[in-house]
Design a binder for this molecule. Structure first.
Ligand SMILES: *Cc1c(COP(=O)(O)O)cnc(C)c1O
Length: 382
């Protein structure tokens, strides 16, 4: 597949444009755990699917192409991909992390790897001074989300890249929210990109997956070694579902982003809503930085209600919108971070971030915009 093709073409065709042997347009699902050998020291290149599988490899090559990275590795979930990255560090190392981020990532560092001696400091990565101040002698990495989950904060990727370079830190960006269609952190100074493929890449709320993409060869061998040793690899069928999802990534994102902009602007005008967090609102905080480093805003937004009683009312009365955890699919979902995605975050941090009883998150889908706005209107005002 020519690297010269544009994003949309690469997304549709994937790395190899189908099966070279049979001509199948849809890349085959190689549903085999193991592969036979013709003789001693002979291999087709495939031995055992925890190490490599043709369908999974097609996904990895496709995502590497889209993110403009050297190589990609596929995992069973987004958290498995992030876990693999953490194993680049050792006990005694310190990492800096965006304080506003996916609750599961917070939990992984705060509750699991902290006990194994990998110390994490959670900072507001919008504030570069705060980031620089957090660097210690044993700091080895920095992980950011931009836009962040659930407050949609924007961090300057290029600026963090410079800090990372100066201090010799591995710079990891969770690019789940914008995907390579809108943002390619490896071109802006990141060393490693991670994804929850469960979200936009899969795009249909029917598969769990995770990905790591690396800028160059530096960490590839180590990450592969960790991956095959720890074993949270992706299955062939799941890889195929994500490949199929990626074919329509650009169409889905553009349509649901149009809807998200309309929803955010409508919510912003309602007296029942006190605040809307969405980087697609012109003039919002982080708007210019986001514009300088990406070509889109994404389709996830959050908002605060004036009256706490509205939360239960909205969640009970939505009909087009589904009350469910997750984001990035064709379906419009509403999430209550306080009891769902961010339930395990300590109260003081949640309070500081505004992830409290008043905050709701929307992942806008590709439904008809009039139906979406009509549903929100009846749920909020009905
Ligand atoms: C969902 C999510 C994850 C975790 O991915 P899973 O596939 O659920 O393990 C990580 N980062 C972000 C930004 C997410 O939204």
């Amino acid at each position: 597949m020519s690297d010269k093709c544009n994003f949309e073409t690469r997304a549709v065709r994937g790395a190899s444009g189908g099966d070279r042997i049979t001509g199948a347009i849809s890349f085959p699902i190689y549903q085999s755990a193991t592969f036979k050998h013709a003789g001693l020291n002979e291999s087709t290149g495939y031995d055992y699917s925890r190490l490599q599988n043709p369908t999974v490899e097609e996904l990895e090559k496709t995502v590497a192409l889209l993110e403009k990275g050297e190589e990609a590795l596929a995992f069973a979930t987004g958290l498995a991909a992030i876990t693999c990255c953490i194993h680049l560090f050792k006990g005694g190392d310190h990492v800096i992390i965006s304080e506003d981020l996916y609750g599961g990532t917070f939990r992984l560092f705060h509750d699991i790897y902290n006990d194994l001696g990998i110390e994490a400091t959670f900072v507001d990565t919008r504030n570069l001074e705060e980031v620089e101040k957090a660097v210690k002698k044993n700091t080895k990495g920095i992980l950011i989300e931009t836009p962040s989950n659930p407050s949609l904060r924007i961090t300057d990727i290029r600026a963090i890249g410079k800090i990372a370079k100066t201090n010799n830190l591995i710079f990891i960006v969770d690019n789940t929210f914008l995907t390579p269609y809108y943002q390619r952190p490896l071109e802006l100074g990141a060393d490693v990109v991670v994804h929850s493929g469960t979200k936009y890449l899969g795009g249909h709320n029917d598969v769990l997956a995770g990905l790591i993409v690396v800028k160059d060869k530096t960490h590839v061998e180590r990450l592969k070694y960790i991956q095959m040793s720890t074993g949270a690899t992706l299955g062939a069928f799941e890889a195929w579902l994500v490949l199929r999802g990626i074919k329509t990534l650009h169409i889905r994102l553009d349509r649901s982003q149009d809807n998200a902009i309309a929803v955010a602007n409508w919510l912003d005008k309602q007296e029942e809503i006190t605040e809307v967090h969405y980087v697609g609102i012109v003039g919002s905080e982080g708007y210019e930085i986001n514009k300088s480093q990406s070509s889109g805003f994404g389709t996830t937004l959050s908002f605060r209600v004036k009256d706490i009683g509205l939360v239960a009312k909205i969640l009970k009365s939505v009909k087009v919108v589904s009350f469910a955890e997750s984001l990035g699919g064709v379906d419009l979902l509403i999430t209550y971070p306080f009891t769902q995605t961010h339930a395990e975050m300590p109260d003081d941090l949640r309070k500081k971030l505004g992830v409290d009883e008043y905050l709701l998150r929307l992942s806008v889908g590709i439904e008809n915009i009039d139906d979406i706005l009509g549903d929100l209107k009846q749920a909020i005002k009905g």
